[in-house]
Design a protein around this ligand. Structure first.
Ligand code: HEM
Length: 130
């Protein structure tokens, strides 16, 4: 079947489900997600449908703060590169178009911002208080 752009909630669910099943199977990222989410995967996937639906379809179903759960993760640039590789790969496997490109762009910008904030947080905490 020819690829088309992301246009409805079923597309978002397909994207999110496939992406996180690849994440779960990834040797670097899988253990981190599984270790934190344990039996909360369904809840996480539903939250991520809402997050991407809000960004890509402009249906405001997500209200939350994306960064805090990432602040103290044991991750480096390599983890974000791997995350992005899986994200872009999943998008390319199923979709083509403006929304698919926006999803890649948003993912990249957020990965960049998260890594920057995580580094800042680590460096700041490492400093003596006085
Ligand atoms: C190294 C890469 C990443 C790791 C290991 C990671 C891990 C996690 C984990 C474990 C959670 C669930 C926290 C919990 O419910 O206890 C989470 C939530 C989330 N992640 Fe990531 N993440 C990564 C990158 C990203 C990126 C690049 C984005 C940008 C799209 C993102 C967006 C989110 C959002 C929106 C949530 C839900 C926040 C909320 O609770 O409202 N993550 N992430």
């Amino acid at each position: 079947m020819a690829r088309a752009d992301i246009s409805n909630i079923e597309d978002i669910q397909l994207l999110v489900n496939t992406f996180y099943s690849r994440v779960q199977g990834n040797e670097l990222l899988g253990p981190i997600f599984n270790g934190i989410l344990k039996d909360r995967w369904t809840e996480h996937l539903e939250k991520m449908y809402r997050f991407w639906q809000t960004i890509l379809l402009e249906v405001p179903t997500y209200s939350g703060s994306p960064f805090p759960p990432h602040a103290k993760l044991p991750v480096s640039q390599l983890h974000f590169d791997t995350w992005l590789q899986l994200w872009h790969g999943t998008l390319d496997d199923f979709f083509v178009g403006e929304k698919a490109e926006e999803a890649k762009w948003r993912g990249s910008r957020m990965a960049e911002m998260f890594m920057y904030k995580i580094d800042y947080y680590r460096n700041n905490n490492a400093k003596p208080l006085l």
